[in-house]
Design a binder for this molecule. Structure first.
Ligand code: SF4
Length: 285
């Protein structure tokens, strides 16, 4: 491997630190497409199109990072194909007790190695009768401490996204692929996700939302069982066990790259269209 000059090496180290913060620890090399590099650098309209002018104002408060790194468009490594268990019909009136049974089945779980570092099992939050369900990757530090999904900064942004859809957090159902915090917030390993995700599938079967929004590449991968970059999954309606599924960016990624909020809002508008929702009218200024 050729020696890197100090500036390039420093930039590379910064990028790797950034990926590690996001929980990405496995990397591989692929050839650089120089055609794409020249297009980006020569087309001044691209940066304008990526602006956040048309997204709801509630999302735009956090602009501390302007990173150009797109974790979500990086191809994801191969994973074990998912074999979801059969769908079990649960009567509407039994949803609360059915979810309680799933929680009791999880118990003080030691089925995968993630139990070693967790503080609390993060089961879910929200309405068992929700029409809309969000699925993320796994708990972070705040979630591990409180035992609830999406309660940190990413959770605040998710709350704003839900509000922009004209809903309250209490009206949706929120869960993750894994229920215990991975060390250093890394991406769950395939054996961890494949061990834990059947509990999520059971939750989905009980809640039976009309629409699921997969937040980020990990959620999309394990729900759809597809190994694809996020860019190839966004912008259309998939089907998961009979439920419409839409893929968008994880709020933690949007905090890192707020310019992608415009794209995420477009994804949520697909979900709103499927649910027959209209965004709340804004007060006159
Ligand atoms: Fe059990 Fe899931 Fe936690 Fe692993 S992540 S220990 S399978 S609850």
């Amino acid at each position: 491997m050729p020696m890197l000059d100090p500036a390039t090496r420093e930039a590379l180290e910064a990028r790797l630190r950034f990926y590690r913060e996001l929980g990405l620890t496995d990397f591989y090399r692929r050839p650089i497409d120089r055609t794409n590099i020249s297009i980006v650098s020569e087309d001044p309209t691209i940066s304008q199109e990526m602006g956040a002018s048309s997204i709801p104002s509630e999302w735009v408060e956090d602009q501390e990072s302007q990173s150009t790194i797109d974790q979500e468009t990086t191809p994801i490594p191969p994973r074990k194909p998912i074999q979801p268990p059969p769908i079990s019909a649960v009567p509407s009136e039994d949803r609360v007790s059915a979810l309680r049974i799933i929680r009791e089945d999880i118990g003080d779980c030691t089925r995968c190695t993630l139990h070693k570092g967790r503080n609390k099992v993060v089961f879910a939050d929200g309405d068992p009768y929700a029409r809309l369900m969000f699925v993320g990757e796994g708990p972070g530090a705040d979630e591990d401490a409180q035992g609830l999904p999406f309660v940190g900064r990413a959770g605040q942004l998710l709350n704003n996204m839900i509000a922009a859809m004209g809903l309250k957090r209490e009206e949706v159902y929120i869960a993750n692929i894994v229920k215990c915090r991975p060390p250093q917030n890394r991406t769950p390993e395939p054996d961890e996700a494949n061990t834990c995700s059947p509990f999520l599938f059971r939750q989905i079967d009980v809640v039976r939302p009309e629409v699921i929004v997969a937040l980020g590449a990990t959620a999309a991968t394990y729900l759809l069982g597809q190994r694809q970059p996020l860019a190839g999954l966004r912008g259309r309606v998939h089907s998961f066990r009979g439920t419409k599924l839409i893929v968008t960016y994880h709020p933690a990624f949007l905090l890192r790259d707020p310019r992608q909020k415009k794209e995420a809002w477009a994804d949520l508008q697909i979900a709103m269209c499927e649910l027959g929702l209209k965004p709340p009218s804004r007060p006159a200024s």
